[in-house]
Unconditional design. Structure first.
Length: 231
C-alpha cells in the first residue's frame, strides 16, 4: 500500500523566498540565475521548469529524490543565508511556486517557478548597487554577476539593474536592497517604463563608465606624449 501525500489545491499559487546568483550568458543575450546548492550547475530563467540534477528520468519534485526548485516561506530565513561568506554576493528572490509541489515545515520543493522580484545587496565597497557586474567566476557558458556601485563598475562586463530585468524578461523586477519591491509587470519593462530611481541608476552607471574610459584615454595619451619626447 502506497503512502500518499495530502493534496492541496490553492486558489492562488503559493509564494516564497530563496537566494541565487545572477548570471549572464557568454554571448550577452540571456540573463538568469544559478542556485547556491546542488542546483547551481543548472542555470535557470525567470520562468522555468526544474530538472533533476542527478539526471534521473523522473519529473521533479520526486518524493524519493531531492530534485526540484526550493524556497522557504519566511523572507527572514532566506535573508539569513546571505550572511555566510560564500553567499554574500547572491540576490534575494521573491518567487511564485507553480506546478506540483511538496510542502515542508520551512518551505516548498516544486516543479516550476516564476521569479517575481530580485533584490541586489550593496556593492562590496558598501555603496548601494546600481548594476550587476562580472563577479570573476561562473559556469560553463555563463558569467556570474554581483552587485556593483557606479564607482566600482569601471570596465567590467555589467548590466544596470533595469537592464538585467529587461534582458531576463517575463516581467522580472530588480531592485537595490532596501527599495520597495513592486509587483511584477505583465510584460518586461521597456525604456519608456523606467521610473526615476531606475533612470538615476542608469545615468550613474553611464557616467561611471565614461569617467573610466576618459581615465584610460588620458593614461594612453600621457604614454604617447612621453614616447614622442624621448624619441
Amino acid at each position: 500500500m502506497r503512502l500518499r501525500l495530502p493534496e492541496e489545491r490553492p486558489a492562488e499559487p503559493p509564494t516564497g523566498y530563496k537566494i541565487a546568483h545572477a548570471v549572464l550568458s557568454q554571448d550577452g543575450t540571456r540573463a538568469g540565475f544559478t542556485g547556491v546548492s546542488l542546483g547551481g550547475a543548472l542555470p535557470y530563467g525567470v520562468l522555468d521548469d526544474a530538472a533533476c540534477v542527478y539526471g534521473r528520468r523522473h519529473r521533479p519534485p520526486a518524493r524519493l529524490c531531492d530534485c526540484g526548485f526550493h524556497c522557504v516561506h519566511d523572507r527572514a530565513a532566506a535573508e539569513a543565508l546571505l550572511c555566510t561568506a560564500e553567499h554574500r554576493a547572491a540576490l534575494l528572490l521573491d518567487v511564485c511556486v507553480l506546478g506540483a509541489y511538496i510542502r515542508f515545515e520551512r518551505g516548498f520543493r516544486y516543479a516550476r517557478q516564476r521569479v517575481r522580484t530580485a533584490a541586489a545587496g550593496p556593492c562590496a565597497c558598501g555603496s548601494a548597487a546600481v548594476a550587476l557586474a562580472d563577479a570573476g567566476w561562473g559556469r560553463p557558458g555563463w558569467r556570474a554577476l554581483a552587485s556593483a556601485c557606479a564607482g566600482c563598475v569601471r570596465g567590467r562586463t555589467s548590466l544596470s539593474l533595469a537592464g538585467f530585468a529587461r534582458l531576463a524578461g517575463e516581467g522580472l523586477r530588480v531592485v537595490a536592497s532596501g527599495a520597495a519591491a513592486a509587483a511584477p509587470r505583465a510584460e518586461p519593462a521597456g525604456d519608456d517604463d523606467l521610473g526615476v530611481p531606475e533612470l538615476v541608476a542608469e545615468a550613474a552607471l553611464l557616467q561611471a563608465r565614461l569617467d573610466w574610459f576618459q581615465t584610460q584615454l588620458a593614461r594612453l595619451g600621457g604614454r604617447g606624449a612621453g614616447g614622442a619626447e624621448q624619441g
